[in-house]
Design a binder for this molecule. Structure first.
Ligand code: UD1
Ligand code: MG
Length: 461
């Protein structure tokens, strides 16, 4: 990590072209807000105290999205342009030596390696700055890089200020710069809003530095995809797709099988062990960690959860904020709704819902059950249709089920309740009181047979 690098991320604008009530940098791509991507990239090249985010539109919300990362903030109450954003930070940003790296919060695909290459190039030359450029087939909207006869950078010209000849240039300014900090703060004051938009353009500093005898270099990026800015929701979807492709590619190269990779959605922070198979249309989100040799069924959604090795998640299963032990089977069509712990070898089958429930090793709830606020021991069998009544309309209550207990089908377990080790509950019972260890509890009306009743009934008709 370098100590001579300050990074400023510009994120004060509203993003009018998004047509949104939310600030542009709060929109998500690749599972995270755009501003989170930008800050996380910056944190790969310098320490948090050297990273500054310029806030303006929805400053409170944007700050909240990244405050936990320990970065610092600059307020730009009125947005008078990208150079004005930097001027607002002049008193807050301490460094007048070293490198000042600036990029925009709406370009989330930039890789840390690209910033490092930029900084290295700036360190090697003795110039005023270095910027990243790339060639686009359709450069409309971007600042164009104007070069002299010898091929050296002369200036950046913005779309609204360019001559037809300048606007024909296909080399664009990606908006990622490394400046000599001392020179930057000396010349930024000379920028004037003398353009049709009457904004203070940061890009004007390039021409000013060059005119003062401090050349500005350019790193021409071959992969322009990395430099795509987001200005509307079509571009947002395009960038999201690139994040997803990057992630599945990394996972496949690291030993994960992904069937029809173009259909799955896997967030950046997800970790998956080797030989795990991800079936089509699976979504694996948030801080999920999946072990080795697991299978994640088609159309399943796994969020913020931890799966050990050899876990099978059947198709159409939802697992959220839960942990699942080795060799457990979940689904198809199961829902682990919130904060569950399913131990090794347990089976949770179709149409079973768990909420804040612990299921011990080897226990089974294979069909049609609701288990909420329950603590279930090892080797327990929960019959089809068993239900914990955990809510009395005012408060939630817990159910404890001992090891090797057998809960008959369609039982209604009214909490608070304790069922002992090895106890049996007869099918369709309503259980409201403690069941001792090894007891059989039956709580239902005794069956009565009325001989010949059906035949007499039919005759009456
Ligand atoms: C900018 C560049 C352009 C470059 C392009 C790359 C300028 C003048 N132009 O144009 O050369 O090709 O990015 O994507 O810099 N912002 C503030 N305060 C302001 C204005 C903007 O913080 O007063 C922030 C915005 O929130 C945004 C970023 O700066 O994150 C860039 O602003 P935007 O309006 O998107 O600039 P572009 O038109 O894309
Ligand atoms: Mg932009």
């Amino acid at each position: 990590m370098r100590t001579d690098v300050t990074v400023v991320i510009l994120a004060a604008g509203q993003g009018t072209r998004m047509r949104s009530r939310r600030a542009k940098v709060l929109h998500h791509a690749g599972g995270r807000a755009l501003i989170e991507h930008a800050v996380d990239t910056a944190l790969q090249v310098t320490a948090a105290e050297n990273v500054f985010v310029v806030l303006g539109h929805q400053a409170v919300e944007v700050e909240a999205a990244v405050a936990a990362r320990g970065v610092r903030f600059i307020q730009q109450a009125e947005q008078k342009g990208t150079a004005h954003a930097l001027l607002c930070g002049e008193a807050v940003i301490p460094a007048r030596t070293g490198h000042l790296v600036i990029f925009y919060g709406d370009c989330p695909l930039i890789r840390p390696e690209t910033l490092r290459t930029l900084i290295d190039r700036q360190s090697q030359g003795a110039g005023g700055g270095t910027m990243i450029t790339t060639l686009l087939d359709d450069p409309h909207g971007y600042g164009r890089v104007v070069r002299d006869a010898a091929g050296s950078v002369e200036a950046i010209v913005e779309q609204k200020a360019g001559t037809p000849e300048q606007l024909a240039v296909r080399e664009i300014n990606a908006g990622v710069y490394a400046f000599d900090a001392g020179l930057f703060w000396r010349y930024i004051h000379d920028i004037r809003p003398d353009n049709p938009a009457q904004e203070y353009y940061l890009t004007d500093i390039v021409g000013l530095l060059i005119a003062a005898g401090h050349p500005v270099g350019a790193v021409v990026a071959g992969d322009s995809a990395e430099l795509l800015g987001i200005n509307n929701r079509v571009e947002l979807a395009g960038v999201d797709r690139i994040f997803r492709e990057r992630k599945v590619r990394d996972l496949m190269l690291s030993g994960v099988t992904i069937e029809k990779p173009e259909t799955v959605t896997i967030d950046a922070a997800v970790e998956i062990g080797i030989d795990t198979v991800i079936e089509p249309f699976a979504q694996i989100l948030g801080a999920t960690r999946i072990g080795e040799n697991c299978r994640i069924g088609a159309c399943s959604i796994v969020t913020d959860s931890e799966l050990a090795d050899h876990v099978i998640i059947g198709a159409f299963t939802i697992v959220a904020t839960s942990s699942v032990g080795e060799h457990a089977h979940i689904g198809p069509y199961a829902r682990l709704r919130l904060e569950n712990e399913v131990a090794a070898g347990a089976h949770i089958g179709n149409f079973v819902e768990l909420k804040k429930t612990k299921v011990g090793a080897g226990s089974k709830a294979n069909h049609l059950a609701y288990l909420g606020d329950a603590s279930i021991g090892e080797g327990v069998n929960i019959g089809a249709g068993a239900i914990t009544c955990n809510y009395d309309g005012l408060r939630k209550h817990g159910t404890t089920i001992g090891n090797r207990a057998f809960i008959g089908s369609n039982s209604t377990l009214v909490a608070p309740l304790r069922i002992g080790d090895g106890a049996y509950v007869g099918a369709a019972s309503i259980i409201t009181e403690t069941v001792p260890d090894d007891a059989l509890a039956i709580g239902r009306a005794r069956q009565e047979n009325k001989e010949g009743w059906a035949a007499r009934h039919r005759k009456r008709k």
